[in-house]
Design a protein around this ligand. Structure first.
Ligand code: SF4
Length: 795
């Protein structure tokens, strides 16, 4: 095959994209379409002629959802290529997608049979025996203690059909409010901020806003490493005609920060835990300089007077003092926002996993609302997702929220679901807010949750304060079921382990961070006795005998496509309306952004083009919160606000973070990501290219801190917080002084004797804290007091 101009045809044995994550530039000017560049990789020694078939899918290694085809040869996945006609990636794939998508599938340590624990050890078992133990425990607990004895902790990496099925089983089969996803750790604040400002979850903007904007603000979003293809899209604008200027808010000097400086923008590096002070100053500057569309604000928003009062003390000088940045940089960033016609904003973990997370993310929405910059080309807000299918976890009710963005406090919304599922309204938990993950783990620790079922996630590496998490998962007080591809750090602690089929081994749909829905077809069979997660839950529902009010099976579908059709009815009339989508409509073409309805059969590029927001009391997903305390706005108060389709402006004063540096722990520890790995490396750690590019963790220090501590590049250090410690080599980087950074991906499954909790811990979450944002309940991973000492000199 002759490469098209701009194509990258790669083989695993050639110089690769691990060192060039964004690939060749295809620059273009404002308002022109993003050119195609097709990226492809095949297993060593193979050519296109060797491929038996290409199967339609999309990448599930970050929230970008790049459309792809899977190469299949002799019943094995052997490569991947980008789909050039897709609106998300126009043929491109990044290093994780290229090298991490498929090699894990044939790894020698795949789980191929169920395991059960006997005498303290896991041993192989049949599906009948393993499911028998789950069902026996489940029935006993339901009889003895009722639905609150059950907890489900799922993922942001399964498919829509699986989440919806799990949601129905949990809410209408068992009736437990104790359901959440690992999305609580990464995107709960995205959903919370969207609900607070606009009344409902759902990204207002579109990736196509990159082609139209004249400024991009990246708030705590190291896009260059987390969503490499999206970053390529921005680089193709910044290297083309009439480029946008970038503003980066990040305590580290990343590639994003560098590009911000190169484009004449600003890199603001606020001290960890000070985002709200910075955001309040940016808001105040808009008001001070009259960079506000007063008529639009009056017509389409609520709360301007209160916002004005809250942000008034936050002069650039005050913010500079709190955040330890230059006041002139705050002014410059505010001016860029205030004088641009079209700003695209994108937000991620630097805000979401921080102190006052929801308040900081809401302030981004506020900036857009003050300028009336929403619902038109180039003016997108991307309250980004991190996990690839996090949007579906939230939409389908697998995270505790009611499916279809329904409001648990609205009796009519609960009644709608009861009619749809033909169950008693009282079965559906709606007497209190859904239980968030941090509380689910607390209940499991106490034993009031007696059965915890964890699917496709690895809390023994990803949750804060790992020593505590390992202890509670290993304890006898709670029966632990883990469903995964591998014997992860979490699965090793389980009472029953269920082997799951992964991406490419099952069919389903998923929705990316700009609401684009893709179909992922089955390409190969799973190994051994591994089963799709959907089949596992259907088997559980059958064995439990869950029925509706008429004694008919509660879950009436058997295949992914039937589950999708059931979900379409659940979503009908709600903001995330899939009612005019089908598997056939997604086959052989670009993904489509929801809502997809009879009126909008090709989907919806941007929400709120009419400037009417889903804030009506009868329709909204929740009634909002006090952003300081998390206290809920009552239905009565919400009605009295008379929002009538207006968006809500909200601001709160900055408060210092919970744990401050002290003489004992003089530095602040913050965690993050690297371009070469996804989550806890279950897949990417088994891909040779990615593993070799980033084989083990490290710790970043500023030159000043390294000097003070007396360490140099490569020295091995111990980083210690009041909760635990890790050891890793030092990299002296341009991280801001006083801040210590470590990637969170690394656990213990792939390290030998002597490593791990009893030897030399290396997981970043050994140090982090069990605290969370009051509104989104997202744990804080970005501020923990710590100290650093040298263990060993390099060389
Ligand atoms: S940007 Fe994300 S979705 Fe796209 S190829 Fe990379 S990891 Fe996959």
């Amino acid at each position: 095959m002759t490469p098209e101009p701009g194509s990258t045809l790669d083989r695993l044995d050639r110089p690769d994209r691990t060192s060039d994550p964004w690939g060749d530039r295809t620059p273009h000017g404002r308002g022109t379409g993003w050119p195609v560049r097709r990226d492809q990789v095949l297993d060593a020694g193979l050519t296109d002629a060797d491929v038996d078939t290409w199967v339609q899918s999309a990448c599930v290694l970050c929230s970008n959802g790049c459309a792809a085809d899977i190469a299949v040869k002799d019943g094995r996945m052997v490569g991947i290529r980008g789909r050039p006609d897709d609106r998300v990636n126009r043929g491109r794939l990044g290093p994780k997608g290229l090298y991490g998508s498929w090699p894990w599938a044939s790894a020698g340590d795949r789980l191929t049979t169920p395991l059960v624990r006997d005498g303290g050890e896991l041993r192989e078992a049949s599906w009948d025996e393993a499911m028998g133990r789950v069902v026996e425990t489940s029935k006993r607990l339901l009889a003895e203690k009722g639905p609150l004895s059950h907890g489900f902790y799922t993922s942001g990496q399964l498919f829509l059909e699986e989440y919806y099925t799990l949601g129905v089983i949990g809410k209408a089969g068992i009736g437990t409010p104790h359901m959440d996803g690992n999305t609580r750790l990464c995107t709960a604040t995205s959903a919370a901020a969207l609900k607070e400002s606009f009344g409902c979850d759902g990204q207002p903007g579109s990736y196509a806003d990159i082609e139209e904007c004249d400024a991009v603000f990246l708030y705590g979003h190291n896009m260059a490493e987390t969503q490499t293809v999206l970053w390529s899209r921005i680089l193709d604008r910044t290297h083309g005609g009439d480029p946008p200027v970038l503003v980066c808010v990040d305590p580290r000097s990343t590639a994003v920060a560098e590009e911000a400086r190169r484009t004449g923008g600003v890199h603001l590096a606020p001290a960890p835990g000070t985002n709200v002070a910075l955001m309040n100053a940016l808001l105040r500057e808009q008001l001070e300089h009259g960079w506000v569309d007063d008529t639009w604000v009056a017509d389409h928003t609520f709360g301007i007077d209160e916002l004005r009062q809250v942000v008034d003390p936050y002069t650039p000088e005050h913010a500079a003092e709190v955040c330890q940045v230059r006041a002139d940089d705050v002014r410059r960033a505010a001016e860029i926002f205030g004088t641009a016609d079209r700003v695209l904003s994108t937000v991620l973990q630097g805000f979401y996993q921080s102190h006052q997370a929801t308040a900081a993310a809401v302030a981004v929405n506020d900036l857009h609302l003050l300028r009336g910059m929403i619902g038109r080309p180039g003016c997108g807000i991307l309250q980004m997702n991190g996990q690839p299918t996090a949007q579906n976890t939230r939409e389908c009710g697998a995270d505790g929220d009611l499916p279809g963005f329904r409001n648990w406090e609205n009796p009519e919304h609960v009644a709608e679901l009861a009619r749809l599922w033909n169950v008693d309204e009282l079965t559906i938990p709606h007497w209190a807010p859904p239980t968030h993950a941090m509380q689910i783990f607390r209940y499991a620790e106490q034993g009031s949750i007696g059965l915890l079922w964890i699917s496709a996630t690895n809390p023994a590496v990803s949750m804060p304060e790992l020593g505590r998490i390992r202890d509670l998962l290993a304890g006898d007080q709670c029966f632990l079921v883990v469903q995964d591809l591998f014997l992860t750090e979490t699965a090793r602690l389980a009472d029953v382990v269920l082997p799951a089929a992964g991406w490419g081994e099952k069919a389903g749909t998923f929705t990316n961070a700009d609401r684009t829905v893709h179909l992922s077809e089955k390409a190969v069979d799973p190994p051994g006795e591994a089963r799709p997660d959907l089949d596992i839950w259907l088997d559980y529902a059958d064995r439990m005998g869950f029925t509706d009010r008429d004694g008919q099976p509660l879950v009436r579908w058997r295949t992914p496509e039937e589950a999708f059709e059931a979900w379409k009815e659940c979503s009908r009339g709600r903001p995330c309306d899939y009612s005019a989508l089908s598997y056939d409509r997604l086959r052989g073409r670009s993904g489509l952004p929801w809502p997809v309805t009879d009126e909008r059969p090709d989907g919806t590029e941007r929400l709120y083009t009419d400037h009417v927001f889903p804030t009506g009391s009868d329709y909204c997903e929740n009634y909002g919160h006090d952003l300081v305390t998390g206290g809920v706005v009552t239905p009565e108060k919400h009605k009295a606000m008379g929002l009538a389709g207006r968006a809500v402006l909200k601001a709160v004063p900055w408060q210092p973070p919970h744990e401050q540096p002290s003489t004992t722990y003089p530095l602040l520890f913050t965690t993050g990501r690297t371009v070469h790995h996804f989550h806890t490396r279950t897949k990417t750690g088994r891909a040779r290219r990615l593993r070799e590019a980033a084989p083990s963790p490290w710790v970043e220090l500023s030159a000043a801190d390294a000097d003070r501590i007396g360490v140099s590049d490569g020295d091995r250090v111990r980083v210690e917080s009041p909760r635990g410690h890790l050891e890793a080599p030092v990299r002296v980087t341009q991280v801001r002084e006083g801040t210590v950074f470590a990637p969170f991906h690394y656990g213990y499954w792939d390290v030998g004797e002597g490593a791990g909790p009893d030897g030399a811990p290396r997981a970043a979450n050994e140090l982090t804290m069990t605290i969370w944002d009051p509104v989104s309940k997202q744990p804080v991973f970005k501020t923990a007091a710590c100290r650093v000492s040298r263990v060993e000199r390099s060389g």
